[in-house]
Design a protein around this ligand. Structure first.
Ligand SMILES: NC(=O)c1ccc[n+]([C@@H]2O[C@H](COP(=O)([O-])OP(=O)(O)OC[C@H]3O[C@@H](n4cnc5c(N)ncnc54)[C@H](OP(=O)(O)O)[C@@H]3O)[C@@H](O)[C@H]2O)c1
Length: 278
């Protein structure tokens, strides 16, 4: 099984996203069943944010993980405009209350903002000392911005950078992924299914999936996590079958020929690309 060591814990290289969970797209029961099916299948990491559904995603996850907190690696994110002083502590407390837990395994700054990074890091350290978060990281930071964080006092404690990554958006392979490799920091890949749009209909992913007896989604995820220990992908699904197909990517190895075919269909970047964001 592909795994990643994240903030000192070994977790499967597939996690579960939640941007559109708890917002009424499906019944809460269906979405809770999907998250629980993922945990039953061995997945561990659940990613959320105070932003998602204005907190309703965190509330739904709280219901899904009640009585099984220890089996979960829980990640939430703070808005940049809450990322300092009292506002940071309040935002974290509110996330903990909605999730019904005493601590987060990882707390991310959702995107770069105007609060000085030194202030955010100091706040994260206070939350760690108070036992409210185990580790902290960043999201949507391009390479130069990430290097700025890592160079700050205490910046080497940054556990991950959560960024967009899927076969049709490979810009991070040019410089961000190599930089993370140098810093021994795994990347967390969001929207790894291209948000479920055209990518999953791509004939090559379908063809490789057919050859492996899996869906195009499983192929896209196995591709994202193909290098052991470097990337953890966090697909979102409110559907049990889809969640199980996503979990199966941890055990699918694409052979050299398949990887070369994917490279031809979705070429790797030959120059610096601005960070893709959603
Ligand atoms: N840090 C950030 O700024 C940021 C930005 C975007 C996303 N994220 C995180 O990353 C997570 C994933 O990103 P995302 O939700 O934008 O996109 P995604 O995971 O690439 O795609 C989700 C879509 O794919 C569908 N899907 C999932 N598994 C499938 C499968 N096996 N077969 C077919 N369709 C499948 C889902 O529908 P069903 O529900 O029907 O399965 C949903 O419509 C988010 O939930 C969030 O936690 C973070």
């Amino acid at each position: 099984m592909q795994t990643v060591t994240l903030a000192g814990q070994e977790v499967p290289a597939i996690g579960m996203g939640s941007w559109h969970l708890g917002v009424g797209r499906r019944s809460g029961q269906e979405e809770i069943a999907a998250l629980q099916a993922g945990l039953d299948a061995g997945l561990k990491l659940i990613d959320t944010a105070e932003m998602y559904g204005d907190g309703t995603s965190e509330t739904l996850i709280g219901q899904a993980i009640r009585r099984r907190r220890d089996a979960v690696f829980l990640v939430s994110k703070v808005y940049p405009f809450h990322a300092g002083g009292k506002a940071l502590e309040q935002a974290c407390n509110a996330s903990l209350a909605r999730l019904g837990v005493e601590y987060l395994d990882l707390y991310l700054l959702h995107w770069p903002g105007s609060v000085p990074l030194e202030e955010t890091l100091a706040g994260f350290e206070r939350l760690q000392s108070a036992g409210k978060i185990r580790a902290w990281g960043i999201s949507n930071f391009d390479t130069d911005e990430m290097e700025t964080v890592l160079a700050l006092k205490g910046g080497e404690q940054c556990a991950t950078n959560q960024v967009l990554y899927h076969p049709a958006s490979r810009g991070i392979e040019y410089d961000l992924l190599p930089a993370c490799r140098r810093h021994h920091m795994p990347v967390m890949a969001y929207a790894p299914l291209g948000s479920g749009n055209r990518l999953l209909k791509h004939p090559l992913l379908t063809e490789i999936g057919d050859a492996c007896g899996v869906s195009a989604a499983t192929v896209a995820l196995a591709w994202a996590i193909r290098r052991q220990g470097e990337v953890i992908a966090i697909p979102e699904s409110g559907d049990v079958k889809h969640t199980l197909a996503n979990a199966a990517a941890c055990r699918l190895t694409l052979d050299e020929q398949m990887l070369a075919q994917i490279d031809r269909a979705f070429p790797a970047p030959a120059r610096k690309m601005p960070l893709d964001i959603l």
